[in-house]
Every structure is written in structure tokens, then in C-alpha cells.
Design a protein. Structure first.
Length: 191
């Protein structure tokens, strides 16, 4: 394994996850998030959407730096073979999927809340790493810098919209009951 590419990727990912968790636990942002979005599934969707967008932008930036040979950035290789970030994304999706199936983070304890947030962040990062190379799903070749790379951008945009709609748009899809007006003679006289 190439030490600087692999370790740099792990360090950047750990810093991003730690920064998000610190923001949620040690700042006013966590309290505001809890007050404004009271139900846990929507908070998890918001965290997944945020980590998805941050990871996607971060990965694109790192790929550009590697492409233009900016040290210390380099491709992650194992025994001379380039390991695409699609692989790391699939691994993170498997881990977060297992966590969701095993119902990590569904209790009302502080550790469970931390697990819930961590699984959401891991899911968003894994989805970004995987969808960034969506063009490779269809065309099994390196398509990052070709026209087929556009497929990856389209997939990322569609998935980001899905996550954002789940986090912010759910109230728009629920039907609100109409307010009924009482038409009694007594209530009209009181007005």
C-alpha cells in the first residue's frame, strides 16, 4: 500500500468525521439541530446529506490535486494496482448498512445517539465515494476524466437531491388537515 495516499485519505476522512461530531456535540449547532429537527430519522438524513456533499467536494478536490501531481497527494495503490475510491465507498456503505440493519443508534442513550450520527455520516461519505465513480459502474474502465465522467456527476446530483428531500422536503409531502370553521350563531356573535 502506498503510505502517503492511503494514510492521507484515512486522516482526511477521520478529521472530517471528528469535525462533524465535535460540531454536533460541543457547539450550539448540535442544540439547534436537535431543536429544529426533532425526529431522529430526519436528523440522520440531514447528517447523511451534509456528509455526502462535504465528502463529494473533498474527493473531487483531492482527485484534482492528484491529477496535477500536487504533493503529498497520490493515488492509493496496493501492490502496484490503483485502488479507486469506489472500493472505499462500497466498504463504508457495507459498514453503515450493517449498522442500520443491526439497529445501531436506535435507543435513547447518549452512546446510541453517537452511533446514530456516526452511521449517518459514514453512509453519506460512502455514498459520495461510490457515486463519484458512477461512470465506472456502467463502463468498467477509468472514466473520471472522459465524457462518461458526466454520468457520475448526474448520479451525485440526483442522490444529493434525494437525501436533501428526505431531510428537508418531507413536510412538504405530508397532507395537513384543513382547519374547520365553526359556524355557530354563538361564535359569530362573539367575534
Amino acid at each position: 500500500m502506498q503510505p502517503n495516499g492511503t494514510w492521507l485519505l484515512l486522516i482526511i476522512a477521520a478529521i472530517c468525521v471528528a469535525a462533524m461530531l465535535v460540531l454536533l456535540y460541543l457547539t450550539e449547532a448540535g442544540r439547534i439541530l436537535h431543536e429544529r429537527i426533532p425526529d431522529r430519522p430526519r436528523r440522520r438524513l440531514l447528517l447523511a446529506a451534509t456528509s455526502f456533499l462535504v465528502a463529494f467536494v473533498g474527493v473531487r478536490l483531492v482527485v484534482v490535486l492528484v491529477y496535477f501531481h500536487v504533493p503529498p497527494f497520490g493515488w492509493v495503490t496496493i501492490d502496484g494496482m490503483h485502488v479507486h475510491h469506489l472500493v472505499w465507498g462500497i466498504l463504508l456503505l457495507l459498514i453503515s448498512g450493517y449498522g442500520m440493519v443491526a439497529e445501531w443508534g436506535t435507543r435513547a442513550t447518549p452512546i446510541s445517539l453517537l452511533a446514530s450520527r456516526l452511521v449517518s455520516i459514514i453512509y453519506g461519505v460512502g455514498a459520495a465515494l461510490t457515486l463519484d465513480e458512477f461512470g465506472m459502474w456502467l463502463n468498467i474502465r477509468d472514466s473520471t476524466w472522459t465524457f462518461q465522467g458526466r454520468e457520475s456527476i448526474d448520479a451525485v446530483v440526483l442522490f444529493a437531491v434525494l437525501l436533501a428531500a428526505g431531510a428537508w422536503g418531507a413536510p412538504l409531502w405530508t397532507r395537513r388537515p384543513r382547519k374547520t370553521r365553526r359556524r355557530h350563531a354563538g361564535t359569530r356573535a362573539a367575534r
